[in-house]
Design a binder for this molecule. Sequence first.
Ligand SMILES: NC(=O)c1ccc[n+]([C@@H]2O[C@H](COP(=O)([O-])OP(=O)(O)OC[C@H]3O[C@@H](n4cnc5c(N)ncnc54)[C@H](O)[C@@H]3O)[C@@H](O)[C@H]2O)c1
Length: 263
Amino acid sequence: MGTINETDAGGGRLQGKVALITGGGRGIGRAIAEDFKSEGATVVVADLDEYESGWVATLLGGSFLNLDVRDETQFETVLARIMADHGRLDVLVNNAGISGVGATFDEIIAINLRGVFRGCSLGLPLIAESGGGAIVNIASIAGSHGGFGDGYTASKHAVLGITKEMALRGARRGVRVNAVCPGYIETDLTRVMRSNERALETLLKQVPLGRMARPIEVAKAVTWLASDDASYATGTSLVIDGGWAIDGGWALREANGYLRDKN
Ligand SMILES: NC(=O)c1ccc[n+]([C@@H]2O[C@H](COP(=O)([O-])OP(=O)(O)OC[C@H]3O[C@@H](n4cnc5c(N)ncnc54)[C@H](O)[C@@H]3O)[C@@H](O)[C@H]2O)c1
């Protein structure tokens, strides 16, 4: 693993690194791909959605690989292809996820948790083989608070658990593993919330900074954790939520009517 001084020699903070971003076709994943590219990384976008993601990869001068994170064989194929094409993997961002609206508990767990576990288990040895690097898992404020629905809350709490286990697994092999916990971000995943003016107003009252974030504001935190600037950070999580978690999630329970209904 490099030190802060070593990174100064290159152009960007991810100069010369090969990075895989799952769910990199839109939203937070796309912003991560763009920021990684601007920091000098060779970016591989892997996503279910071939059309939009392929276009994003082309724009970034990177490559697109079709991936459903629920499919172990496909994940192995994606990683094998990266090793064949680039001879290394330095950074993996397990970003692919769903909100869980209209999905069963098992469907949410299959993507949001098992997909992250699969990425970590398969990617960590390859990053170690490449001389060390970093994994960043995209969790959520639902990783520390309830009120987001059984499946989503359980999956994101578990992502923080897996992050710690993988950090131990990678510690003596040069692989740091961390998580980022976004609050409310302007992506397709929050489109429904944003389309209901009243609900949005209630929600934003509870965000101390008074607004949702742009995906790039999350990407910047991911870039830091992925880079050698974060050389002593492992097994931890970085909350990017405009201060939402300060009041312990009171806002969400109130907005959902939980307190009114149950008391
Ligand atoms: N938007 C938010 O407010 C917010 C807040 C906290 C955490 N997150 C997390 O950030 C991550 C990205 O969310 P987003 O808001 O950018 O969502 P998004 O819906 O805009 O993008 C998700 C991307 O993941 C891809 N994807 C979905 N299922 C997949 C699968 N099975 N295999 C491969 N790719 C798949 C989609 O095609 C899409 O490109 C998710 O893990 C989400 O839980 C989002």
